[in-house]
Design a protein around this ligand. Sequence first.
Ligand code: HEM
Length: 417
Amino acid sequence: MGSGESQTPAHTVDLADPATFANHDLTGFWQQLRDEEPIHWNPPTAGRRGFWVVSRYADILDVYRDDVTFTSERGNVLVTLLAGGDAGAGRMLAVTDGPRHAELRKLLLRALGPRVLAPVCAAVRTNTRQMIREAVTKGECDFASDIASRIPMMTISNLLGVPDADRAFLLSLTKTALSADDESISETESAMARNEILLYFQDLMEFRRDHPGEDVVSMLVNSSIDGAPLSDDDIVLNCYSLIIGGDETSRLTMIDSVNTLAAHPQQWRRLKDGQCEIDKAVDEVLRWASPSMHFGRVAARDTILHGVRIRADDIVTLWHASGNRDERVFHRPEVFDLGRTPNRHLSFGHGPHYCIGSYLAKVEISELLIALRDLTSGFETTGEPQRIRSNLLTGFATMPVRFVPDRAGLARDALDG
Ligand code: HEM
């Protein structure tokens, strides 16, 4: 289905099927839903339950804001929602609601405060510049595997205080556990790797009890809610959730930013010539990539959404992929504009579960844009990038890129470094 073929009947598109996103441009489909059927029913398919699809920006906000009517405790992405729940419910931040969520979030926000983040952000800058400098000097690289896949895990490892000696091991586990793009990895291998990550954090937690540092694990070990220390499970699961939350989304956004800038030379020129603010550019890159296409909730009681009756237990999915292109909110949403203002995109969600890693993610993306601006005169993709296969995340698993070095910029950087 091409973007021009907006008449494709909505009921023929199954949003639970990852193939839907691998093979189709859904621009026309989303436009049709926003205009004609903003609360759409995706019927049951292949033994899976049916679910509601919310496509307009304003309706997405309404659901995100109301965590009493729309709970996250029965899953927050299609995979868990359709499976009937999430094993971390009530313990892992993203799938916990109410007062427990508020307390846990307060703790994690403190653990992600300026004291912990300052050295982490400094390391993001140094590592990103180093990697871009190497790639630009060499002339080409696979941006996905050589650069974008390394930055987020390095960042989260710094945040969690993972010792240097363990990093390669942890990176290989997370690749097996979480990678949506490697079809050679079976579900059993992924499940085993996820288990090993939990065991790894169990060990790290025990180590930090005796050797505390300025990292998130040490802070969680010494935290309590209502006078009761966090349980081992609470600590381990929430460390794990920082990896899940922070790895692929940031990686996919960085890869998408390179692809998009290569395809929009005028916008690249604006960035290169310092004609746009980096913060605004980062937000537009996030809106454009919309790396998590949806999140979701379960209705805890009967309710009405945009005039449609939603029954208790119904699954309600919220599509950033559509809300971030809603022409009711964004002026010419189909235009990639690094200076876009205002730009209240939905890529980090909204309301009580708004992404807790948004600051860190923005630091990662801005350091990438700054390093590209300073060290290369331009770049192009040199082959067909390979798309990931998922109904949750969107983006590329490979991105061959050729760089033109900015000799003066590289020389300045060598002097500064
Ligand atoms: C929550 C997106 C980076 C950790 C969320 C949510 C979204 C999101 C949409 C809301 C989920 C919901 O409402 O159910 C993104 C994107 C990122 C990113 C697009 C990068 C471009 C990060 C990073 C971390 C992180 C770097 C960790 C350091 C989390 C956690 C939550 C969350 C723990 C749950 C918050 C809560 O339930 O209160 N993220 N995220 N994310 N994110 Fe991120």
